[in-house]
Write a protein that binds this ligand. Structure first.
Ligand SMILES: [Zn+2]
Length: 246
């Protein structure tokens, strides 16, 4: 594609992007607010799930501990009974050792149980708080979402038309130039392609362009940018042609 056509499509792309920017601007902070609420709600959901899972696991583990405690207690009783009937010191000592070990185990299990119980209290409180936060945030979210959807639907047809138009011009520009355009647009917060305005100034930053640059521009053999602001410059011929296109 010759540079002239590329410039024209870039300029037209820029014009339609400005219209799209205008539509988005009308929506104000609402889209960002809705997105933030969506993230908040998702985080709360995860936290609630994690707490619920912990509480479920705690119930299972507590049952296991109860069973273990029972077994250990029985073992202690059994060894104690056996110890009464032993005949040798060696047997007596061996059983005493077993009893001591079992008592140690008993203590360990009790400790774990207490630990789980206190964590359960914390987790239950936490989950209650998370649930009430969740309900609250969800309420705010639904009303904001309705508001946003209404706003979007107002300009939906217009937006669709612009997007189609945008696509038409964008696909006529090579990927590399398009990427460059997007980069400049990001850096300049909107305007990446500008015409030459009054007194031979850049239409983006209004700095006067050197005569050589103006001559180069008119040749349309290459894409030129403003030395001051980095925006892509288009000669007036392009602007006029684009205006005739509409
Ligand atoms: Zn400039």
């Amino acid at each position: 594609m010759v540079v002239k056509d590329k410039l024209k499509n870039l300029y037209q792309l820029q014009q339609v992007d400005l219209k799209l920017d205008g539509l988005l601007e009308e929506r104000g902070d609402l889209p960002a607010e809705v997105e933030e609420l969506e993230n908040k709600i998702a985080t709360l959901k995860t936290q609630i799930k994690e707490n619920d899972e912990y509480l479920k696991k705690a119930v299972v583990r507590k049952k296991e501990i109860d069973k273990d405690l029972d077994e250990v207690r029985k073992r202690i009783d059994k060894y104690t009974e056996m110890r009464i009937k032993v005949k040798t010191n060696r047997e007596y000592d061996a059983l005493s050792k077993q009893i001591d070990n079992s008592k140690e185990k008993l203590q360990e299990l009790h400790k774990e149980l207490e630990n789980i119980q206190s964590k359960e209290v914390v987790s239950s409180k936490e989950v209650d708080k998370l649930r009430s936060d969740f309900t609250e945030e969800e309420g705010v979210y639904s009303s904001k979402k309705v508001e946003l959807d209404e706003l979007v639907s107002l300009t939906h047809d217009e937006e669709k038309r612009y997007l189609k138009e945008r696509e038409k011009h964008a696909q006529k520009v090579d990927k590399q130039t398009l990427a460059r355009y997007e980069m400049i647009r990001k850096a300049t917060k909107g305007k990446a392609v500008v015409p030459v305005v009054r007194r031979n100034a850049c239409g983006g930053c209004y700095n006067v362009l050197p005569p050589q640059r103006l001559m180069d521009l008119r040749q349309m053999e290459k894409i030129f940018t403003c030395d001051h602001c980095g925006r892509i410059l288009v000669p007036n011929e392009i602007v006029e042609e684009a205006a005739r296109d509409v």
